[in-house]
Design a protein around this ligand. Sequence first.
Ligand code: GDL
Length: 701
Amino acid sequence: MPKPSASKAAAETGKTRRFISGVVEGFYGRPWTMEQRTELFQREQKWGLNTYLYAPKDDYKHRMYWRDLYSPEEAEKLVALITAAKKNGVDFIYAISPGLDITFSNPKEVATLKRKLDQVSGFGCSSFSLLFDDIETEMCPADKQAFSSFAHAQVAVTNEVFKHLGQPDTFLFCPTDYCAAFCTPNVSQSAYLHTVGENLLPGIDVLWTGPKVVSHHITVESIVEVSSVLKRAPVIWDNIHANDYDPQRIFMGPYKDRPTDLIPKLRGVLTNPNCEYYPNFVAIHTLATWCRSGGGQRDVEMTGDDDDEAGSDPCYSPRRALTLALTDWLQEFLSTDQPGGPRPLNPTHLKKESSDEEPMQTDVGDPVYVPGSGDNPLFTAEPLTLDDLQLLSELFYLPYEHGSTARTMLTELDWLKAHREAVGEAETEMTAEWRSRAKCFDVMCVAVFTMFNRLSNAPNRSILYDLYNYICDIKSGVTLARAYVKQLGGQSRPSAQVMTDDPEPWGFRGGLSGEFQRMLPCHGNRDLFRHPPMTSVYSIRPFCPEDKTEIQKIHMEMQRGEAKAPAAALPALISDGLAGGQLCPSPSCGLVLEDERGVCGYALGLTDTTAAALNNQRALPGDFPSMVTMQLHPRVTDPAPARRMIGSLLSLMKTSGSRGVFCELRQGDRRMFDFYSKLGSFTTLKMAGLPQDVIAMGTSL
Ligand code: GDL
């Protein structure tokens, strides 16, 4: 017998329902353990969060095998979990995702769904959710006959299940169009959302991720708009800290870019954070701070200040919320989490003293080894500091933003590169400013290594192990950058480990996926770090025959510029045929650079130059059977897109089987000569038959 709806009762008595706040375990990949979830409930209670939505995408019986009932062993664990949630004042919402293969119009399917939820209800669970995210939107023939749209099918089943369960106080529905970017043509005109808004029973709340799947900002206006279509305030499913889409990223920056003015306009916020449980301390702690800051009252502690971005929130400062979180997290790092693990670090243990004091007794009664005067001193590490955690958070900040130290490191590396290039290859004397900034960069790199060492020695191993891959990765990246700056400053030879012909496997960073990315013409276009403001936005795309005229124009214009005399006076290059349109680039070996005005550069390659070289009476240099030619319109003053374009072309040529490429340059073309010289990999070649004022340069691939 369905019991009366508590939410309806609340609505009738005018009682406001509590703001839903907490965590959704809704990511792809390895679900959290029961122990981690139980610990999460304790944290939620401590920090004032009230909800946990159970929705692990890769838990068999949540999605793929949603029809299957839980075994007695599984049931026992779920009962314990639901009990633990209750004990900690956390509302446990059980979600199920039947959308992969349910036939909405088949009563047997609906009965199966009810049976499954009845089983979970029997475990003591009283809050439920039906999720229809990330599924095929095409209905099967039977459903097409029964329902006028996909939204109607979902709403009919959801309403029926909601009623079957006695109209629970908390019942959430995740639509298939769960963010503005998925709505056609937009939120206010989305037929799907209108159907949901008009037909879903009022006691059911709707999940929404904001403008995008991972929303950078969520504005009050956007929520007002979607609420009017849905006819209810949504519960935000926030993917700001989710990292299941990129194995190299993890997010430990503060909850951010959601004004606290949103709170009265929302039904709740649930964060779907990183797959790794322990590094979510910051994500959940700062969300809790944000939720507490939303009473409309200025909190002196939390008020944004000059250090926060312009237009900062009067009630919430991400910077301060982060410091609060990191201060608490530090205590956890410093406490041993497993028997037999290292003792909590105590600064007095750190002195490398040899003494003839009595050995100290440990908990288990083993004598502590104290090295004698001639012995090796004990390995010691300084304890982790708040500054280390601050740095960790800044290196792994947020999906659309690096933390301030990370930004400074990128800016400095960029400056050091650009200014070393400006000085020129021949000059070895660097300016005092360059040296001093290189030194500061080095200090920043060392701080990363120190942080790595202290983290690796932290007594809490569970947190460390969750972070390990990420901190190793950043350590390697910073090591490479540091070596590169030293090389630029003439302090070391080109990084031996990286440039060798026979690298260790860590020389092939990123594996196959890395290779795919480097091969794509747009590789590098999507860096989170923006270079100093540029006036143009460039894109690189594959060459097509229609580009020939524009390429010829740039080619002719540059020739005129070089010669300051009629083109006929210039020595002929093999590549003139490529740029002039008489020769075609080899398949997939042509790229075109465009800005807002159109084609502004090209890079073309010929994998086998034998015939073309013969026509020009040249003898090909043995190891360089292929040729490239590249040119940029003078309006392109930024060297970065050109570097990206030649990098991509070389990758494409390598994939096409080339082992070495050369290019020919007229001596008047200083610009391209400087460009190739600064790339580092091209060197001048000897080539028989070369006209006097033509230079050949080449690189192995
Ligand atoms: C999604 C998925 C979620 C995933 C997230 C980030 C929702 C409603 N669904 O689209 O399971 O973790 O992206 O990759 O967000």
